[in-house]
Design a protein around this ligand. Structure first.
Ligand SMILES: Nc1ncnc2c1ncn2[C@@H]1O[C@H](COP(=O)(O)OP(=O)(O)OP(=O)(O)O)[C@@H](O)[C@H]1O
Ligand SMILES: [Mg+2]
Length: 236
C-alpha cells in the first residue's frame, strides 16, 4: 500500500506474533518470489490509454503505465500488474510519500498531482507530472561528472540522509556500487538528467523492504547510510 509510516509493517502478522528472524527471512524470500512471478508474467500496457483521447505510452514499470499527453504532460495510470496500485489508499500513501520527498529533496522532485478519476463506471488512480526531457541516469562515475551535477547530486544525497534520519526509510534510487568496462562507479535509478539537473519522478517501490519487519529496517538502514555517505564523499 506504499505506506512509509514507521510501524506499518508489511509482515505485520508475523511481527505481531513475534516470529523469529529465520522465519521472517524465509517468509521474505517467499514473498519476493511471489511478487517477482506476478511481475514477470505481467502484460505490457497498451500503447494508448482509453481515458485520454490522445495518449502515447512512453514508459512503464511495476506500478504505473506512463502516457504522454498533448502539452508535454504525463499521466501515470496503474500498469495493471498489482491491484493495490489502484486502491485509493495507495494514492493517498503515495501523495504523503511525495510530500516527504519534496520537503527534503526540493527542486529535484518533479511536481506531481494526484487524483482519483472515473472512466466507464470504474475508478482509477492517476498521477500527473510534466514530461521530463532528458536522459535517464543509470551508471555514474562521480569524478567524471560536471561540477554542477556533482553539486546537485551531493545536495540530493544529503536530503536522502535527512529522510533516513527522520523516517528510517529512503526513496527508491537503487544506489549500488558497480563496475563497467573496468571502471568503478555507481548505479542509480529513477532520475532523469534534464538541462544538467537530476529530476526524480518515482516515489514508491512496490516491494519496499524498508517496512517488511523491524530487523530488516535496521539492516537496510546500516547498509544504505554507509552507501549514501560513501557516494557523497566521492562526489565532493
Ligand atoms: N515525468 C516523466 N517524464 C518523462 N518520462 C517519465 C516520467 N515519469 C516516468 N517516466 C518514464 O516512465 C518510466 C516508468 O516510470 P515510473 O518509474 O514512474 O514507473 P513505476 O511503475 O513507478 O516504476 P517501477 O518499476 O520503478 O516501480 C520511467 O523509467 C521513465 O522512463
Ligand atoms: Mg520507477
Amino acid at each position: 500500500m506504499a505506506s512509509i509510516r514507521k510501524s506499518d509493517w508489511r509482515m505485520k502478522r508475523l511481527v505481531n506474533g513475534s516470529a523469529s528472524l529465520p522465519r521472517l527471512l524465509i517468509e521474505e524470500i517467499k514473498l519476493w518470489r511471489q511478487i517477482k512471478k506476478i511481475a514477470d508474467n505481467a502484460k505490457k500496457p497498451p500503447e494508448t490509454c482509453d481515458f485520454f483521447s490522445d495518449s502515447k505510452l512512453i514508459g512503464y514499470g511495476w506500478k504505473w503505465a506512463v502516457y504522454e499527453l498533448p502539452g508535454a504532460e504525463v499521466a501515470k495510470v496503474p500498469a495493471g500488474t498489482f491491484r493495490e496500485v489502484n486502491d485509493p489508499k495507495y494514492l493517498k500513501n503515495t501523495e504523503d510519500t511525495y510530500k516527504v520527498h519534496r520537503s527534503y529533496l526540493r527542486e529535484f522532485v518533479v511536481e506531481t498531482s494526484f487524483e482519483r478519476a472515473s472512466f466507464e463506471n470504474k475508478e482509477f488512480n492517476i498521477l500527473r507530472q510534466r514530461k521530463i526531457n532528458g536522459k535517464e541516469m543509470n551508471f555514474v562515475i562521480p569524478r567524471e561528472l560536471s561540477g554542477e551535477l556533482r553539486e546537485d547530486l551531493s545536495k540530493l544525497a544529503l536530503g536522502m540522509l535527512g529522510i533516513l534520519d527522520e523516517y528510517e526509510w529512503m526513496p527508491d534510487m537503487h544506489l549500488w556500487r558497480k563496475r563497467r568496462k573496468g571502471k568503478g562507479g555507481w548505479n542509480i535509478w529513477n532520475l532523469i538528467v534534464e538541462n544538467k539537473k537530476p529530476v526524480l519522478f518515482d516515489f514508491t517501490a512496490y516491494y519496499d523492504v524498508w517496512r517488511l519487519y523491524p530487523q530488516r529496517t535496521e539492516r537496510k538502514k546500516r547498509i544504505n547510510k554507509r552507501r549514501w555517505q560513501e557516494f557523497l564523499s566521492e562526489l565532493s
